[in-house]
Ligand binder design. Sequence first.
Ligand code: PXP
Length: 398
Amino acid sequence: MPVAIANHYSGGEYKISERALRLIAENVQRQLGVSDYNVNIVLTGDEEIRQLNLTYRHLDKPTNVLSFPFAEGTDANLEKLPVRELGDIIISLDTAEKESNRYNQQLIYRLGWLIIHGFLHLLGHDHERSAEAARDMEELEQQILIKVFSKRSTMIQLAINVDHVATIRQARGGSEPDPVLAASLCEMAGAGGIVVHLREDRRHIQDSDVYLLRKTVKTRLNLEMGANKEIVDIALDVGPDMITLVPEKRRELTTEGGLDVISQKKKLAKTVKKFDKAGIPVSIFVDPDVDQIQASHDIGARFVEIHTGRYCDAEDTEQRDVEFDLIAAAAEEASQRGLLVNGGHGLNYHNAGRIATLETIDELSIGHAIISRAVFTGMERAVKDMLQIIQAARQHLF
Ligand code: PXP
């Protein structure tokens, strides 16, 4: 394994996904063209790094990162190394966290920068050599940082699920309220996409709605669906801008959990291929589980939608923090694998902001909370209120 991560941190539980760090480090290796060299990354705290700093640099204070090259020198000498070893990068999680707070950055982003900095030292760059060397190193760091974190965005989109409008219509079996009109009002208020779920039992959205929406939606029509033949054929005929595969049970009130991609890889891969051939990108609705994300990537999905339901339903702050960290790790995994990342289910005006702070998430898919508020405020106000919350959260303005 080219990147090995050792965790020496003893300062308590650390909310960091080692797997995400390894993906970042492997991405950095690729950018630097040294993927076939081994490197060890040691995560530790201020005390251990202070001791190392004292022993090897005669500086009795903690620091953020130390690099110990297997062989001193520049990358020109790499070829002469008898083994494919770059060396060790030691990172203090304590200092990284303090720095991430100081610079108002997410911890994972700070750690990514420290990994890049450590790699460049292993390859012979040294900002302490001269002002010019410092400038060159900083420039290189920025270039790699942009590539490694390129999927992060300061913008977040809001896709609105209008199934609930159809649910009210179906209660009387007539033609009002109209989900197609609701979709247009959502778009006029600033929604970046419209989502509808064509269920096997047609309990809310009807086939005719989907065909009409295909004609009227100006942003992006995302058709949510189970991977069954009848619905797949309709989707291929309609040609939405993307589809989202979800598990579907007849008796559930709403989609209850993410799709288990791992146990049905073959079947789902076939479905993804069909849509790929038709030029329709596929998203897969999965629980915040890095193995499900990897499986989604393996079968050719272009997007994942991370299920936020457990985070929304958490009964206390501790549980909510645990669920939030799982979502953050899953989104990081997906982003590092080049997938576009959506999130949704159960999000409302109180809990969506925190999810929107995750710069790895491109779009939130929200239905029930917005349609419920629209009953009292009108659609325009309901959509704009949500947009304001998630966009302010993304810009760290809250
Ligand atoms: N994403 C998916 C995959 C869903 O199934 C749903 C519910 O239809 C949503 C998002 C929207 O969830 P909510 O209505 O709770 O906002």
